[in-house]
Design a protein around this ligand. Structure first.
Ligand SMILES: [Zn+2]
Length: 273
């Protein structure tokens, strides 16, 4: 599943390939994504210019002036920009056709979403899918103090609170394990027991981990393809994630794995307290 760094890499790719360009036509071959694609999407997009490509959490927001196309890649969605025409294959569900090429959406599992937001219903960021999201981890609004305030009274393990998305958005399973390792915090610690200084360390670790992954073009994920068509498979140099039984890169202790809410958590019992 694409996580925040992958989505940010896609956003940058889209910005590069289609921002400022006019959509000549939109072809929907398969409207049955997580929610059905509006039947009139093609007529709404045709003739519009892509003003900006933004991101909120794992949602991509393509502003076309008279509205916003909200896209989520789901489990297996990807974009590819084709400068030369290529016949669609089975899971190529949507094409946005530009004069200089075609932006193609591919999604074998169809858990992705492509929703039209009309500005008559308010700003796109107030859309029901976006309004409740936590603070952006890479924005100036996220720091140790924010994290500290938001975790008071939360009895759930700190890792679960990071994954929940209402405190900070976009810290998925890989990045939660890695950030907690970098901050030296045991993932099972109740969130309210992580003190102010450790919240500072954790916020800094989250920002550093996500920034590293973005710089590497997103971590290695099978279904992820960057929007320029190149594979986004740049393996994040994980400290703990996916390394159960292997020696901790810092202390040599074997990395342990435990289950938290159906997800695997990787950690080092010596480095994380
Ligand atoms: Zn260690």
């Amino acid at each position: 599943m694409p996580e925040l760094p992958e989505v940010e890499v896609v956003r940058r790719g889209l910005q590069h390939s289609v921002q400022g360009r006019r959509i000549d036509a939109a072809q929907v071959r398969e409207p049955r994504l997580r929610w059905p694609i509006a039947a009139d999407l093609g007529s709404r997009l045709a003739g519009r210019t892509v003003r900006a490509v933004d991101r909120r959490g794992k949602y991509l927001l393509m502003d076309v002036g008279e509205g916003t196309l909200i896209v989520h890649l789901g489990m297996s969605g990807s974009f590819c920009f084709l400068s030369q025409p290529r016949p669609p294959t089975r899971h190529d569900h949507v094409d946005l056709v530009f004069a200089h090429g075609t932006l193609r959406y591919h999604d074998p599992r169809r858990f992705g979403a492509m929703l039209w937001h009309d500005p008559a219903h308010g700003p796109a960021l107030a859309h029901p899918l976006l309004a409740g999201l936590g603070v952006e981890p890479l924005s100036g609004a996220f720091d140790g103090a924010t994290l500290y305030r938001a975790t008071r009274g939360r009895r759930a393990p700190i890792k679960q609170v990071l994954l929940a998305g209402d405190v900070v958005v976009g810290v998925g399973n890989i990045y939660a394990s890695e950030s907690l390792f970098r901050a030296g915090i045991r993932p099972t610690t109740p969130a309210w027991r992580v003190g102010r200084e450790r919240c500072e360390r954790l916020a800094a670790a989250i920002r550093a981990t996500l920034s590293d992954a973005i710089a590497r073009g997103g971590s290695s994920l099978r279904d992820f393809v960057a929007s320029d068509g190149a594979s986004g498979c740049f393996q994040l140099d994980c400290f703990v994630y996916g390394r159960a039984g292997e020696p901790c890169r810092v202390c040599g202790e074997p990395v342990r794995v435990l289950r938290q809410g159906q997800r695997s958590t990787f950690h080092c019992v010596r480095c994380q307290r």
